[in-house]
Design a binder for this molecule. Structure first.
Ligand SMILES: Cc1cc2nc3c(=O)[nH]c(=O)nc-3n(C[C@H](O)[C@H](O)[C@H](O)COP(=O)(O)OP(=O)(O)OC[C@H]3O[C@@H](n4cnc5c(N)ncnc54)[C@H](O)[C@@H]3O)c2cc1C
Length: 375
């Protein structure tokens, strides 16, 4: 059998792609070297919250994705999302401005009347800073939601070393597919893409138990989820470019950093660490995700040799690999962005639509050509 689509990488990007693509194609395969959500996605606290910044393309995209994904998870996986209000507090004085600007421009529902009760349990450090409370935000069960999104497609446990296009279809070892979606997170690219640099940022988070009841999700120095009925809550996450794998001292330091930061906001009593999670987020050079067709860089540079002189090329005019797509670079917002981006990718594949200029992975070609080819 030849699959209609093979998705390589079963993190939240691959699983959300499996969800949407399987509604449009009959034979979809999802592949991973480990189990579903065995990479960065399995480590996520999986908070579904917007980006509280002043403006910009990333804020606009995350706002759209936040509204989409809250509804998506509630409609499709209501048992796997904990929807609660969100109290977001500035980390420093200079962030107050961003929060005020967000308040003035957002269409999301802000809670004014609940604010006093939300504040009563907080420490002074949290009470004194500018804050905003949203009526709705969520935390999803990261691993379970990925597994559920992937239900109904063929899961194949395989480390893919290479892919090749021959006789009108893609070959992944013995497996054949008409199209491929690459959603391999922070791992090395499977086809040459030197113009796309991935930033891998290590993150650590913990689940704890506490006797303190936190009735809402809280963001300040770290994110703390509302306590569930068993007294469990998630605290995350650290950001580190220089991680140390399997180093007990390093793990203890990361754990302590999370606890110290959480306790600055709220006095969580009788803490017991239940579990540690860690993994990579994968980000792009301009912090925006990459969703769309994969360009054949060699052919594109050959066709547009003026690129080396610093002239620009419309992204849509890149020479593309046939039926090869990617979804990556969702940074610290994978669970917010993936449902919407996977839907957009599915529409692009089905309708053979033009690339989205903001999200196109080809946006890095011009700059790469200018830098790499000028002698
Ligand atoms: C500690 C932590 C906390 C986070 N908290 C949040 C949060 O609260 N909210 C939020 O929205 N996001 C959060 N994130 C970010 C989110 O987890 C990432 O954005 C998301 O996991 C990215 O998903 P992905 O599918 O791109 O990558 P991954 O989950 O890493 O998936 C890539 C998959 O590809 C597989 N793969 C790679 N190469 C190959 C190959 N050659 N062959 C076969 N398989 C391959 C890997 O095994 C892996 O399973 C957090 C991340 C971390 C680390």
């Amino acid at each position: 059998m030849t699959y209609d689509v093979a998705i390589i990488g079963a993190g939240v990007n691959g699983a959300a792609s499996a969800f949407h693509l399987s509604r449009r194609f009959k034979h979809v395969a999802l592949m991973d070297q480990g189990s579903i959500a065995s990479g960065g996605s399995g480590a996520a606290g999986a908070f579904i919250s917007p980006k509280f910044s002043k403006g910009g393309e990333l804020k606009r995209l995350i706002s759209e994705a936040f509204v989409y994904s809250l509804k998506f998870y509630q409609d499709n996986f209501p048992d796997l999302i904990d929807v609660k209000p969100l109290l977001h507090i500035a980390r420093r004085e200079d962030e107050a401005l961003k929060i005020r600007s967000f308040k003035n421009s957002t269409e999301l529902k802000i809670v004014e009347q609940l604010k006093e009760s939300m504040f009563s349990g907080l420490n002074r450090f949290a009470q004194e800073q500018e804050s905003i409370a949203l009526e709705c935000s969520g935390v999803v069960d990261a691993k379970s939601v990925c597994c559920e999104m992937a239900k109904g497609v063929d899961f194949i446990c395989l480390k893919v070393d290479s892919i090749s296009y021959e006789n009108n279809c893609w070959h992944i070892g013995d497996i054949r597919a008409k199209r491929i979606v690459l959603s391999t997170g922070a791992s090395a690219h499977l086809v040459p893409m030197p113009h796309i640099r991935l930033r891998a940022v290590w993150g650590h988070r913990i689940d704890i138990s506490t006797t303190t009841q936190l009735p809402y999700h809280l963001h300040q120095l770290v994110s703390i989820s509302a306590t569930d009925s068993s007294g469990k809550c998630a605290i995350g996450a650290t950001h580190d470019l220089n991680f140390k794998l399997n180093d007990e001292h390093y793990i203890a330091t990361q754990r302590q950093e999370l606890l110290d930061k959480a306790l600055k906001s709220v006095d969580l009593k009788d803490i017991k660490i239940l579990k540690d999670y860690a993994g990579f987020r994968s980000g792009s050079n301009d912090y925006l995700p990459m969703m769309g067709r994969v360009a054949d860089l060699k052919q594109t540079l050959k066709r547009y040799d003026f690129l080396k002189d610093g002239f620009k090329m419309p992204y849509t005019k890149a020479i593309y690999h046939k039926d090869l797509y990617m979804l990556n670079g969702v940074g610290g917002y994978g669970f917010v962005l993936a449902p919407l981006l996977a839907k957009k990718l599915t529409d692009l594949i089905v309708e053979d639509a033009d690339e989205d200029e903001v999200l196109s992975p080809s946006r890095f070609i011009t700059r790469y050509a200018k830098k790499a080819l000028v002698v």
